[in-house]
Design a protein around this ligand. Structure first.
Ligand code: CP
Length: 309
């Protein structure tokens, strides 16, 4: 298979296992290229991409922009804080105005779940979801699964626990879809207030005890508590959360096996993970960030190829 089955990348839910494997094979090639002295290829030379960020981002935004530059695309960057959105312009009007300047592809982060799906029904350009509220973050899940494969050789059969604020996490949902499609077993771990009530219906295990979760897993993906999405208190204090669910080096070493530690960032050091763990040999956090560029190059290259076919 040389083509994706989708026109847009709105969520992992829409992708097939073959799509994900094609993205990984394409990313392997781009990873080789971006480690060469000459890192640039002309693959997207005639493509203009608009990066529309209606919510803050460091990694995703820089990674997409770098991926676009490596592929020789033309880029326009938009952030809602410095735009006419603050004067009351709607999402569709904002995007239609940008697209009328002949943009082929839109990378969008938005605080509302489903924002990219909504947009894909109203405009012709290819849309890539760079995180829509608490819904999905497909390129993060792809780079996470790719990093597990790179680190452990295979995703199929691996046991992955996702720890923390599952309720508000788009990374958790996209990871569950992606890793399951590739044959991994998934567990979520956290306080009951931060685990969605019916999550077992997605075929994941639920565990409230961090030690038991670590004893079960090969990989632990530690998530940030998303205070910005919490309008009520889900636990007494960050200190108490950290005592129950914060990953420390003594705890990790007491399990007595190699566990691969991941984090999508941004990290709250000392809350969900200590610096000792984040910076240890168990951690592949910076490998995840590095792989993000190759994965995003692969996604944009394959989606642009679909546009031309
Ligand atoms: N992982 C991630 O989405 O980070 P940013 O919010 O910094 O883009």
């Amino acid at each position: 298979m040389t083509q994706l089955s989708v026109k847009h990348l709105l969520g992992i839910k829409d992708l097939t296992e073959q799509d994900i494997k094609l993205i990984f094979e394409t990313a392997d090639n781009f990873k080789t290229i971006i480690n060469r002295p000459i890192k640039k290829v002309p693959s997207l030379r005639d493509i203009t991409v608009a990066n529309l960020f209606f919510e803050n981002s460091t990694r995703t935004r820089v990674s997409f922009e770098l991926a676009q530059k490596r592929l020789s695309a033309d880029i326009v960057n938009f952030s809602s804080s410095s735009s006419s959105v603050s004067k009351g312009e709607t999402l569709i009007d904002t995007v239609k105005n940008i697209l009328s300047m002949k943009v082929d592809m839109v990378v969008m982060r938005h605080p509302s779940p489903g924002a990219s799906i909504f947009l894909s029904k109203h405009i012709d350009a290819t849309i890539i979801n760079a995180g829509d509220g608490t819904h999905e973050h497909p390129t993060q899940a792809l780079l996470d699964a790719y990093s597990i494969k790179e680190s452990l050789g295979e995703v199929a059969g691996k046991k992955v626990v996702i720890v923390g604020d599952i309720l508000h996490s788009r990374v958790a949902l996209s990871n569950i879809y992606c890793l399951q499609k590739l044959g991994a077993e998934i567990m979520v771990c956290g306080p009951s207030t931060l685990i969605p009530k019916y999550i077992e219906q997605l075929g994941v295990k639920v565990e409230h005890n961090l030690r038991k979760a670590l004893e079960w897993c090969d990989v632990a993906n530690m998530l940030r508590i998303q205070m910005e999405r919490q309008d009520i208190k889900y636990f007494p204090s960050l200190r108490e959360y950290s005592m129950q669910y914060g990953l420390t080096l003594p705890m990790l070493e007491s399990i007595g096996k190699d566990i691969t530690i991941m984090h999508p960032g941004p990290i709250n050091r000392g809350v969900e993970i200590t610096s000792e763990v984040a910076d240890s040999d168990y951690s592949i956090i910076l490998n995840q960030v590095e792989n993000g560029v190759a994965i995003r190059m692969a996604c944009m290259f394959l989606l642009a190829s679909n546009q031309n076919s």
